[in-house]
Design a protein around this ligand. Sequence first.
Ligand SMILES: C[S@@+](CC[C@H](N)C(=O)[O-])C[C@H]1O[C@@H](n2cnc3c(N)ncnc32)[C@H](O)[C@@H]1O
Length: 278
Amino acid sequence: MAQLKLNLGQQSKLTILTGDCAQLLPSIEKESIQCCVTSPPYWGLRDYDHPNQIGAEPSPEQYVQNLVEVFRHVRQTLRPEGTLWLNVGDGYARNGGTGKRGPNAIVGNTKKLIQKRNCKVPEVWGLKDRDLMGLPWRVAFALQADGWILRSKITWIKKTAMPESVKNRPTNATEEIFLFAKSPAYYYDSKAVRQETGANLRNYWILGPDPSNHGHPAAFPRELARRCILLGSRVGDVVLDPFGGSGTTGIVANDLDRHAVLIELNESYADCARDRVF
Ligand SMILES: C[S@@+](CC[C@H](N)C(=O)[O-])C[C@H]1O[C@@H](n2cnc3c(N)ncnc32)[C@H](O)[C@@H]1O
C-alpha cells in the first residue's frame, strides 16, 4: 500500500482521512507519529451505522481482537519513543427482560446496539447476565500481550455522570485512560502538566464535559486531550487519532502547535471535524 505523505507544511497542520482506520493506518508513514490520543467506540453501545464500525462485533472477544489489530498498526506509525493514550469504556453482559425497558425490548430505531441485537449474554469469559465485563482491562492485557508497555492507568472522574436508572449498584462516573509506551525509553514531559500544588500529576483527572459536543454522542473533553498531548509530545510533533469523531484531538493538537492526523469512518463526523477546524 502506498504510504501517505503527511502534509507538514505551514498551511495544513491537520489531515482528516475518512474511512476504516484498520485499512488506512498502514498507509501512514512508519515512525512518523509521536503520540496517539484516542477513544474507540465502546463495545455494544452506540451504532455508528457503518459495516466496518468497531464496537458492533457479535462478541466482546472479537472487539478486543479488532482493537489489538488496530493498535498494532498504530504502533508501527509511532516513533520509537512514542506513546498511546487510550480511553476505553466498560459495559455489562445482559440477557432476558423483554418488557418495555429490558435489554430485549423492541426499541425501534435506537442507536443502542445492545438493545438492537436482541442481546444474549456473550458466551465468553464465563460472563453471566449483568456481569460487568471489565473491558478496559481486557483490552489493556491484550495490548500488553501484543507488545505494548503499559505504564499508567489514569482514572477519569466525570464531574457530570451519565444518568443511569439503577437502584442495585452505584452509578458509573469514571472511565479508564491507559498510557502505553512503544519502548522503555519513551517521551513523557512531566513538567508539561502538574498538580495545582506543583507536584507531579496524579493518575486521577476530574474533568467536566465541554459545553458542546458538536453533535457527536461520545466526544471526550478537550482538557483530556490537552493533558495527553502536552505530556506525550513536543511542539511540531504529529499526533494521531484513528477514531477521530468530531475532531477533539486534532483541534487541541493544533491549538498546542502540533500537527494532527485523524481518521474517522463516518463521513458526517469527519465533516464536523473539518467544520470545527477549517
Ligand atoms: C468514541 S467516538 C470518538 C469521539 C472523539 N474522541 C471526539 O472527541 O469526538 C469513536 C468514533 O470512532 C468511529 N469509528 C468506529 N469504527 C471506526 C473505524 N473502523 N475506523 C475509524 N473510525 C471508526 C465512530 O464513527 C466514532 O465517531
